[in-house]
Ligand binder design. Structure first.
Ligand code: PAF
Length: 275
């Protein structure tokens, strides 16, 4: 495993790689990240990851200061699944000289974009920069962050970046809770309880497919059920993944999206409505 700290080091290493599968992360790696890395290693000659807690994508009052940082452990985990190099730059290396910002409108307007102003601009800016540095053949993202996938896809298409994007289905804890670096903020009992989010959403999706009630009644039922289980719901909707706009009928592109707060932690999740 090679740890790269500067753009120049990545450039030099990249010269030795035929095809590169790239997994950008903010660290605190879990089974979801490792699944992306396994795919990157399997489908490319070389797997390169990055760990960078990107200040641009955190809003005021969010958890930038508390975000879990455990670089040595992460590097060992990445090495364990066969990644060859990890790019772990400083904030100065990434942002010290940059003034360009990448805005992807449309797909970033609603849901997370509406509630976290500037978040997707921060994500798109850093992902574009990482793509420019690493020049991956393929890049791997988890569908847990559905809207992020849609934003990156739109950016890559609009800026004619020659990168094959791979979106990998969410890995879940045994309880059904989506793997997330922020799950560590929960106490053990709250973490078990948080799994009700996915359970209730699965029932909502089933009811939408059954089609016995209109969408609004089903969402009303779902929100009510979530509140009864002590979740403060921010949104519960069905979108077309390609546009991130709400839809009124379901097909293979439809994903149920949810954001809710529980025990002081903001959770997002999504699932395919038609399996
Ligand atoms: O999904 C993440 O961890 C981040 O948003 C990403 C893609 C690494 C950009 O900072």
């Amino acid at each position: 495993m090679i740890v790269l700290r500067t753009v120049a080091e990545v450039r030099e290493f990249r010269l030795t790689c035929e095809s590169v599968g790239f997994v950008p992360t903010m660290g605190a790696l879990h089974a979801g990240h490792l699944k992306l890395m396994e795919s990157a290693v399997e489908e490319n000659v070389v797997g390169i990851g990055s760990i960078f807690v990107n200040p641009l994508q955190f809003g005021a009052g969010e958890d930038l200061g508390n975000y879990p940082r455990r670089e040595a452990e992460d590097i060992a985990l990445a090495e364990g699944v066969g990644m060859r190099a990890m790019f772990c730059p400083s904030v100065e290396e990434m942002l010290g000289r940059s003034s360009t910002r990448v805005t992807v409108s449309g797909v970033s307007d609603l849901f997370e974009g509406e509630r976290r102003p500037g978040h997707f601009e921060g994500v798109a800016t850093i992902v574009a920069q990482l793509f420019g540095i690493v020049r991956p053949t393929r890049a791997y993202f988890g569908l847990k962050d559905l809207q992020q996938c849609a934003v990156v896809r739109q950016m890559v298409a609009d800026l004619c970046m020659d990168i094959d994007l791979q979106f990998i289905e969410t890995i879940r804890e045994e309880s059904g809770l989506a793997m997330s670096s922020r799950n560590g903020y929960f106490s053990e009992s709250d973490r078990a309880w948080a799994a009700h989010l996915n359970r209730i959403c699965r029932v909502v999706a089933e009811r939408l497919v059954e089609g016995r009630d209109d969408f609004n009644s089903v969402f009303g039922w779902g929100k009510n059920e979530l509140s009864r289980h002590r979740f403060e719901v921010e949104y519960l909707d069905v979108v077309d993944f390609r546009t991130m706009r709400p839809v009124q009928s379901v097909d293979i592109y439809s994903r149920l999206v949810v954001a809710a707060r529980f025990a002081g932690v903001r959770l997002i999740d999504n699932l395919a409505v038609i399996e």
